[in-house]
Design a protein around this ligand. Structure first.
Ligand code: MV4
Length: 440
């Protein structure tokens, strides 16, 4: 992401200072940025999660703004507040917006009030296990407990009956306390066969906002997205417009500014329900860029600089079909165990309809300290089949030696008839892996 941000800045004539930890001294982003400042040791708590180190690095080098990327402090309202307090633009929404949407109970409530469809469930935070049981009786089992401070699926717990709910309530609370420092839970109807479909929005500081259609992120493993595509085959033009209007209602209700994502679950009947909002740029923003031709990073920077969003909804055309495969330094043969090592050789794919966002180079020693994402390969074509066939071509062309990667897994998914036909939902990767593990 740092490489992506430096590229966008360079295109807009903005100079960059990269803040890096000791583990990232040899990273491509350090080489690409105009300047680089070491902000601390490898342990992220002492570097990338350390606001005073980041803010002083920015002030010493005369920065105007901080782009938080998508991990670490990107959705931390205190950090956004500190930036603003130090006269640095935080490239994202207001601190108060981050705080509001970081609280699932408040987010749900706010969106419901704004007329965005939400999943049947608790009004706010659950006050007691008795309340949870009573609510579950009304909406019907199965139900899902989610930490109100969580997000991205962490700490969720399904209950199929009262006994499981009783037990799950206590476990979920203590897990939430450990993971997020807050034990509050919300309860939702559990929808067992859904797709994860998110709507991208852009909003400026003057009340003008547009949506850029959806991304289908149903191919996930342990709540980590693996493959994303746009548009979704489960969404037609009418539904796209409806979901877009719903997302924009949400944007205006909270005075949202900058790039953001509304996450929805879509059931087999085509009903859609808001679950949470991401107040940052996401890994998979690339597929939206591929189908709309709109540079989301440019707009993030321009909006943060106080420029007007000069695009109108009628300028947004979902042209072709795009797909992204996340290539990770993980061994799919060993339950996706993250691996370390030196990249011996790297040959990214190319040619028509292919984009590669990566920080790899030959001789790069991978730090295992952070996440295992090595490269995003994005391909597009006039149809889904064309995009997928091109992805197969690109994955076969891609050479990464020295470490195992998830490329073989992606190639197998691309050949899977269920994935090809698009009839997938929550359980897809787990089911696919069962067959794949038993392969001869
Ligand atoms: C759900 C759900 C079913 N019912 N909420 C996954 C990511 C996180 N943001 C929320 N997630 C889910 N929330 C209710 N009420 C199922 C999931 C889910 C999922 C959704 C779409 C595609 C793949 C998935 C894998 C696991 C869980």
């Amino acid at each position: 992401m740092a490489v992506r941000i430096v590229r966008a800045c360079r295109e807009l004539g903005i100079q960059t200072v990269l803040a890096y930890s000791e583990a990232d001294r040899d990273s491509l982003a350090v080489r690409m940025a105009d300047e680089a400042v070491c902000i601390g040791p490898a342990a992220s708590i002492r570097s990338y999660l350390n606001p005073p180190a980041l803010i002083s690095a920015a002030l010493i080098t005369g920065c105007d703004a901080i782009h938080p990327g998508y991990g670490f402090l990107a959705e931390n309202s205190y950090f956004a507040e500190m930036c603003t307090g130090c006269n640095l633009h935080f490239i994202g929404p207001h601190a108060e917006t981050i705080r509001l949407m970081g609280d699932k109970a408040l987010g749900r409530h706010t969106m419901q009030q704004a007329g965005v469809p939400v999943i049947p469930g608790s009004e706010g935070e659950l006050r007691s296990v008795e309340e949870a049981i009573e609510l579950a009786q009304t909406i019907g089992y199965p139900v899902l407990l989610k930490p109100s401070a969580g997000g991205g699926g962490r700490g969720m717990r399904v209950a199929w009956n009262e006994k499981e709910l009783l037990k799950g309530y206590a476990t979920a609370r203590s897990e939430a306390e450990v993971a997020f420092g807050r034990s509050d839970l919300i309860l939702e109807k559990y929808l067992p066969q859904v797709r994860h479909i998110e709507v991208q929005v852009l909003a400026d500081a003057y009340g003008h906002a547009i949506h850029l259609g959806e991304r289908d992120c149903s191919v996930q493993r342990r709540y980590q997205k693996i493959i994303e595509e746009a548009p979704s085959i489960a969404v037609d033009a009418a539904m796209r417009e409806q979901m877009g209007i719903a997302a924009l209602r949400g944007v205006h209700a909270i005075g949202y500014v900058n790039a953001g994502t509304f996450e929805f679950l879509v059931d087999p009947q085509g009903n859609y329900y808001f679950i949470e909002m991401n107040t940052r740029i996401q890994v998979e923003h690339t597929v939206t860029e591929a189908v709309t031709g709109i540079d989301l990073l440019h707009w993030q920077l321009r909006i943060a600089a106080g420029e007007r969003l000069t695009l109108d909804q009628k300028n947004v055309r979902i042209g072709e079909h795009a797909v992204e495969c996340r290539i990770n330094a993980e061994d799919p043969g060993r339950d996706f165990l993250p691996v370390s090592g030196e990249v011996e050789f790297f040959l990214p794919p190319g040619g028509p309809g292919v984009r590669v966002d990566s920080h790899l180079y030959a001789g790069y020693a991978l730090p295992t300290t952070y996440d295992s994402l090595l490269a995003k390969i994005i391909t597009w074509g006039a149809t889904r089949d064309e995009a997928l066939n091109r992805m197969r071509r690109a994955l076969n062309e891609c050479v990464i030696t020295g470490i195992p990667t998830t490329i073989p897994f992606h190639l197998a998914v691309l050949d899977d008839p269920s994935f090809r036909s698009g009839s997938i939902s929550t359980g897809y990767v787990a089911e696919f892996l069962q067959h794949w593990k038993n392969r001869p």
